[in-house]
Design a protein. Structure first.
Length: 240
């Protein structure tokens, strides 16, 4: 594939531009609710702190609801409190939002990769499942990889749709066409999850499963966006 056949490149955020450690957010959350050593449920059973935090955030789709904009941040933090009750917690909404967001690390080598794509003249964007709390926290950290410019950013909480739902891809297509005239088969998308890549392929996009660093750069080379690879496997930032 030649570079002229790709007219817009979308990058996922998590594990492509920044890595994340869910266990860190679990520790942050349980620390706020004084449950580091475990949590005694209403039946008197002790539940491990990380298991309880995972249950609160993920098993009841609470986090997904926040990332699709179906609930407000106020509703989200109150649900957190309700599900940790009767453990002593915090009345500070922002402290809870910081706790779930302080889990990211920049994938430094992607700064150079993005710069090379920009230098090629191709517009680039971000297409990510995320919430306002995560997005704001990341952008408050002054990560070099997030400096931009990005030609367009599509975020699930704003789009009210999460990958792999097709609605968020349709929104991304609209902006890619507006900015560069790209048709679906002229869009390249890099994501770390197979189901998200499969949905992009279903829409006629070019897409690959990869991670930030050498594997992302290699995918860009395969699709003709970059002419050659500079990073090596020893510079891998994120492991599958």
């Amino acid at each position: 594939m030649t570079a002229s056949q790709i007219r817009f490149v979308f990058f996922d955020l998590g594990n492509i531009l920044v890595s994340f450690e869910r266990e860190r957010s679990f520790r942050n959350l349980t620390s706020l609710f004084e449950a580091e050593s475990g949590y005694v449920d209403s039946n008197g059973n002790t539940v491990a702190a990380n298991v309880k935090a995972d249950e609160v955030l993920n098993q009841h789709e609470l986090h997904n609801q926040l990332e699709t904009g179906l609930i407000s941040e106020a509703e989200f933090v109150q649900s957190i409190r309700d599900r940790f009750a009767p453990v002593t917690g915090t009345d500070d909404d922002q402290a809870i939002l910081r706790a779930i967001s302080d889990m990211f690390t920049p994938i430094e080598t992607m700064q150079g990769v993005l710069s090379r794509v920009r230098e090629s003249g191709l517009p680039i964007g971000i297409l990510s499942n995320t919430c306002d709390a995560h997005w704001s926290w990341i952008n408050q950290q002054s990560y070099n990889v997030m400096e931009g410019p990005f030609d367009h950013i599509v975020l699930s909480y704003e789009a009210k749709s999460m990958k792999p739902d097709h609605a968020i891809y349709i929104e991304a297509e609209t902006h890619a066409a507006r900015i560069s005239g790209a048709q679906p088969n002229e869009i390249l998308f890099l994501d770390d999850r197979e189901e998200n890549v499969a949905a992009a392929l279903d829409r006629g996009w070019n897409a690959e499963v990869c991670w930030g660093g050498p594997t992302a750069e290699a995918a860009l080379v395969r699709h003709g966006v970059l002419s050659h690879q500079l990073l090596t496997e020893t510079e891998m930032d994120v492991q599958s």
